[in-house]
Design a protein around this ligand. Structure first.
Ligand SMILES: [Cu+2]
Length: 165
């Protein structure tokens, strides 16, 4: 499994997010950077002993957040439901809004489809942690995992390539 932040199309607004989710054939494939695209950034954020080597953090579209995630069970299984632990911090050091909402989605841009399940995401705790359950990468290949953070009606996306072999 290989995970790369999608830096070059991390500029989606809420409008684009809604549109992408509503349209299975969204033409985002043309904007997908090459597989060796450089990670958006590598700013240090707190890690825990449980964080494995595959945990990945990336900066959100407009740089408001650093979003980090890792599979709950340490690896992403193919064709099995899994969960991810998510950690979100604001880059300006301020605390996330209490009513911030996190949503998680994934798609295979080259195939024009998403997941067959809609993940559920737990409430963010005061430290910016939550857990998304019910993800399913039902086939091998390149997936794009997207984590959206919404505060005060503004949504910002962070994305990663996840290659399932
Ligand atoms: Cu597919």
């Amino acid at each position: 499994m290989r995970i790369v932040p999608c830096s070059s199309f991390a500029r989606l607004t809420l409008v684009a997010t809604v549109w992408l989710c509503a349209c299975g054939k969204a033409p985002v494939a043309a904007t997908v950077p090459p597989a060796d695209a450089a990670p958006a950034h590598s700013a240090p954020i707190p890690t825990t002993a449980a964080a494995s080597a595959i945990a990945r953090d990336a900066r959100s579209a407009d740089g408001t957040y650093i979003v980090r995630w890792l599979p709950v069970n340490g690896a992403i299984p193919e064709a099995e439901v899994f969960g991810i632990a998510i950690e979100i911090v604001r880059t300006d050091g301020s605390v996330l809004a209490k009513d911030a909402v996190v949503t998680v989605d994934a798609e295979m841009p080259h195939h024009g489809h998403g997941m067959n399940l809609v993940p559920t995401v737990s409430q963010l705790d005061p430290k910016g942690n939550c857990v998304a359950e019910g993800l399913l990468f039902h086939m091998p290949g390149r997936w794009v995992l997207a984590i959206d953070v919404e505060e005060g009606g503004v949504s910002e996306r962070t994305q990663w390539y996840v290659d399932i072999e």
